[in-house]
Structure formats: structure tokens, C-alpha cells
Ligand binder design. Structure first.
Ligand code: P1T
Length: 379
């Protein structure tokens, strides 16, 4: 099955009782047993639920994995990955990443004795400098949030395999439509399914996808033992969202490109961060590992003035000022005071998250309306 067919049919079967084409929302916490242990495969909805199960199979299918797991949020999914580790273990992570991931790593898991190295990974060889016998996990976001840096997944996986370290890729920004990390050698893919997979800004959810059975078993144990699952209604909504992922992503990419080109020519703009530009420092890697360049763009204004950035996001009308990304509607955000506020100023500024940085999640509206909105807000 090819990708576009998988988004609609991957891992799915018609429901047995009445032939319902969509899996029903099994809004139940528990399942009748005829005798202790005499059940039909489902005992209790923390452990498993048929609607969630249908979604988990779809996650596995679209990422070319064998096992999918759904969680109550993207951070709950990352939390489950970190629980594979023990005190004394070390993690190497991209230095530009979602502020909430950074907060989880530094404010929760450092307290449990796990050490994190936040480093630039644009040159994969840099990673080896930080590897020692305690290194257990490499955590990669690509494209990174919000600087749109691209990390070479294949080159990173060669290093990870050489040292027997788990490689996890947060594929939230790219989605499997653009990039399939398991095919490039990663062991684990993570998503904030809140974003493009759900696609309609109506659900908070996380996903993990792996190929290896023993890794899947460990993660399933954590999912059940810690209990950060998502409910059946949300599972249904994300399953529905995935069915249009390929056509939504196509339009996100088209609109993203048009917005990036508009911003690049605008006299009030200093830098535009979008991996589709030939002069983006990692453009060649983006071109080789991604199908297209996505709908996420960050930019700074000339003079790097905090007040200018705030005025622009306040002036935008079609781009709603809001946390999050990846929905059908265009959003704007000010990372320094919103999504990345939990990263200390001196840390975030090292990677370019300065006070005038604005992040856009370009939606699938008419492109003329989006450009008109940007023009008036910049004026
Ligand atoms: O919000 P949640 O579903 O828990 O997902 C966390 C997360 C993980 N990874 C990446 C790359 C993300 O962007 C996010 C969430 N990000 C936002 C809410 C945001 O506006 O950037």
C-alpha cells in the first residue's frame, strides 16, 4: 500500500457487527468477562480500547512501523520514552527543540538522575564528542521547533547504531507525509498528534511508533503502568484527521512556500527560517530526507525589536495568535514569550530564539488571503 492509501486504510478493518466503515467510539472503561480471564481481547481501557487500538494500528502503518502507541499528549509520549532510562543514563538532544520537551527533560528527568546534553547536531560528527558508556538515547527534532534546523537522520542513525544507542525522532513538524524516520534508521518516532496528524486543533494527543517488538513491549508496559492514555473520542478524531493528512500536507507545503517567498522579499524582515530555501544551511539534507518543506516558518524583523514582533502578531487577523501548530487554520506565535518561555533567555538566544522571532503555522486557507493578512500586519 502506498502512503496516500495508507492514511485512509492503513491498519484498518471494517467493524464486524454492522460493517461500520469507521471504527465505533467504544466509550467504555471495562469489558464483560464470562469467567475470570474470559474476555474478547479487551479487559480495561487503560490497557487497551478498540478505538484506540484502531488508531494505534494507523499510526504504525503511516510511519512504516510495526507497533503504534497513543498517549494523552505529545509530552506524555515523550515521558514514556524517558521512563525507559535509569538514573545515571545520559541523553544527547538537539539544542533547539520544543520548550515543553526541554522543560520535561531538565525539570523532571534531570531530577531523577538522568543527564542531558543539548547540542547542535547539524554536523552529525559533533554527536560523537558527547557519547560515553552511559549514553542511552539520542533525541532528535527535525525540523526543529522553532528554528527549522534540519538534522541528518541517516547520518545520526549510523552513529547511534555504532554505539548501540537508541535513536528517537520527534517527527511532529514533518509528519510521515514528508519524512519517515524509521526508514532512515531511527528506532523510534514520536509525534505530538495534537498537530498535523489530528490536523483540526480539536485534540491533544501523542504517538510513538517503533519496529522492534521488545522495544514496543517495554513502551506498552510503561503506557499501561503509568496510564497516560488518550480516550476513545479523541482516538476517533485523530483517526479521522489522518485520513486527510496527505491532502492537507500538500496544501500546507504549497501555502508555506508562498508565504516563505513573500516574507523573504519583504523590506521589514531580517531572516526567514524555512528549509526550502537553497541558502538554508541544511537545505541539501532537507531535500534528500523530506518530500517537501512543510508549512512551518519562523522569521525575525529588522532591528530585532520585541515590540515590533508583538505588534505584528497582534495585527494579524487570519493568522490567529495561539500556541500550537499543524491545524487547518493558520496560527502565529511568539516563541520567546509563548512556546519556548520555559527555556532560559541565554539558552534560547544561543539557537536564535530571539525576542523578535515570530513563528507561523501556515494553514490551508486561500493563499491570497494569507498574504494580504501578512501585508497589512507588517504595514
Ligand atoms: O502539546 P503536546 O501534544 O504535549 O506535544 C508536545 C510537543 C512535542 N514536540 C513538538 C515538536 C511540539 O511542537 C510539541 C508541542 N508544541 C506546541 C504546543 C507548540 O506550539 O510548539
Amino acid at each position: 500500500m502506498k502512503f496516500n492509501t495508507k492514511t485512509i486504510h492503513g491498519g484498518q478493518e471494517h467493524e464486524v457487527a454492522y460493517g461500520a466503515v469507521m471504527p465505533p467510539i467504544y466509550q467504555t472503561s471495562t469489558y464483560a468477562q464470562t469467567t475470570p480471564g474470559g474476555h474478547k481481547g479487551y479487559e480495561y481501557s487503560r490497557s487497551q480500547n478498540p478505538t484506540r487500538h484502531a488508531l494505534e494500528k494507523a499510526f504504525a502503518s503511516i510511519e512504516n512501523g510495526d507497533y503504534g502507541l497513543a498517549f494523552g499528549s505529545g509530552l506524555a509520549a515523550i515521558d514514556a520514552v524517558m521512563k525507559l532510562l535509569k538514573p545515571g543514563d545520559e541523553v544527547i538532544s538537539t539544542n533547539d527543540l520544543y520548550g515543553g520537551s526541554y522543560r520535561l527533560f531538565t525539570k523532571i528527568f534531570e531530577g531523577f538522575g538522568i543527564k542531558f546534553h543539548f547540542i547542535g547536531m547539524q554536523n552529525a560528527a559533533n554527536i560523537e564528542k558527547y557519547i560515553n558508556k552511559n549514553t542511552k538515547l539520542i533525541w532528535v527534532e527535525t525540523p526543529t521547533n522553532p528554528m527549522m534546523t534540519i538534522i541528518d537522520i541517516k547520518a545520526t542513525s549510523v552513529i547511534a547504531k555504532k554505539h548501540n544507542i537508541l535513536l528517537a525522532v520527534d517527527n511532529t513538524f514533518a509528519t510521515p507525509y514528508l519524512q519517515q524516520p524509521l526508514e532512515l534508521g531511527a528506532d523510534l518516532v514520536m509525534h505530538s498528534a495534537t498537530k498535523y496528524l489530528g490536523g483540526h486543533s480539536d485534540v491533544v494527543m501523542g504517538a510513538l511508533i517503533v519496529k522492534d517488538k521488545s522495544l514496543a513491549d517495554k513502551l506498552y508496559f510503561i503506557q499501561n503502568a503509568s496510564g497516560a492514555i488518550c480516550g476513545p473520542q479523541d482516538s476517533f478524531l485523530v483517526l479521522r484527521g489522518i485520513k486527510t493528512l496527505h491532502i492537507r500536507m500538500q496544501r500546507h507545503c504549497e501555502n508555506g512556500k508562498a508565504v516563505a517567498l513573500f516574507l523573504k522579499k519583504h523590506p521589514k524582515i531580517e531572516n526567514v527560517y524555512w528549509p526550502g530555501f537553497e541558502d538554508h544551511p541544511n537545505h541539501d539534507i532537507a531535500k534528500s530526507q523530506m518530500k517537501d518543506f512543510g508549512g512551518m516558518i519562523s522569521f525575525t524583523t529588522k532591528g530585532n525589536n520585541y515590540k515590533d514582533a508583538i505588534k505584528i502578531v497582534e495585527n494579524l487577523e487570519i493568522f490567529t495568535l495561539a500556541e500550537s501548530l499543524g491545524g487547518v487554520e493558520s496560527l502565529s506565535g511568539h516563541p520567546a514569550s509563548m512556546t519556548h518561555a520555559s527555556i532560559p533567555k541565554e539558552e534560547r538566544e544561543k539557537t536564535g530564539v530571539v525576542d523578535s522571532l515570530i513563528r507561523l503555522s501556515v494553514g490551508i486557507e486561500d493563499i491570497d488571503d494569507l498574504i494580504t493578512d501578512l501585508k497589512q500586519a507588517l504595514k
